[in-house]
Design a protein around this ligand. Sequence first.
Ligand SMILES: *Cc1c(COP(=O)(O)O)cnc(C)c1O
Length: 426
Amino acid sequence: MNHFEYGPEGLACEGVALARIAAEVGTPVYVYSRATLERHFTVFRDALVAAGVVDPLVAYAVKANSNVAVLKVLGDLGAGADTVSEGEVRRALAAGIPPERIVFSGVGKARREIAFALKTGVAEINVESEPELNLIAEVAAELGVRAKVAFRVNPDVAAGGHAKIATGKSENKFGVSFAEAARLYANASNNANLEPVGVACHIGSQITDLTPMREAFSKMRGLVEQLLGEGLSVQRLDLGGGLGVPYFNHPEPPSPADFAAMVGEVTKGLPVKLAFEPGRVIAANAGVMVSEVIHVHARPEGRKFLVIDAAMNDLVRPAMYDAFHDIRPVVKRPESQKGGETVYDVVGPVCETGDTFTRDRVLPPLAAGDLVAFMSAGAYGSAMASEYNTRPLVPEVLVDGDRYAVIRKRPTYEEMLARDLVPDWV
Ligand SMILES: *Cc1c(COP(=O)(O)O)cnc(C)c1O
């Protein structure tokens, strides 16, 4: 469920018409619903609790949507943060999320990032390889601390979905092999600068079938039992993120309740705390990207290009993952309700053929100046945006009931150009 519905002034986010935001802030622009963010987080956590999971740590995956205001909305509800860079740890801290709810993940943490995380006192650093474990031990020794580490294990399970977002097979770069996890855990337990606190897995994103998750989680349960059986201390099992969301035409994903029931079953009686790292399921359907039609270019051969003022630099998912976003007219014209639909290729202004949001999409007739909303754009949308083609970084707006605020402003061209430095010898 989300809070984007048609009202008297067209499509609205909660109590604010998207047309009003477009007029006042300009386009393209991302718009997020606070009520939807809160609802998604609460539904996810409450489902776990209802399934018997005691006091889960729900560490929202910051990379899905890393705006500090979004992090604060979630942090105020008790969310932790799953982070993959020093920058993301800093964002979580800026949002008031306490270090003991911050998990630091990522395949290649730099020495200075590890030092920062240790000084911050994050809940756990998720270790992805043996060389990284050694580096963490070294940095911890230098700082004279004991690093809390959890081993991200690659359970060698195929998660389905797009190959670019599957992470749980041994051929992927993520995590230590299942076969070496127990040995590394035992070694780390004997290192004065390391404190292994648990094991973690994350097998992919936009997962719409619980079967691979159940398989991975069962393997993780087995590993925890093995470690406990060897007399090692295991406090936490982190089951990652990855639960899919409905992108309109995709298979209906399992609900948080289905997911939680499966987790409850697989982990029943396991004497460790559980952690989760949901990103997309919290943020995707809490946001839209609004764009204005620049013009309609109809070729004599037949194709109609809807050229809009948003591009792949603002929303890269279609270009990068062949992702589908439902596109809706912000204001429905009367004729659109009587059929009269048109087939468009929706494209942006960037000089790349990949800057095509969709081909052959059936939409109501649209004209220059009309607004369209890309639905389900709250996750991996603005967070992946760039300034390619020297297009100002897309701004973000947060709606709360009948008020809204710009939570990241569009940079001016002066600000953008001021970042470039021309040496006096050029
Ligand atoms: C990306 C990522 C997540 C979040 O994945 P979603 O599909 O957005 O839920 C969680 N954990 C790790 C380690 C990740 O890399």
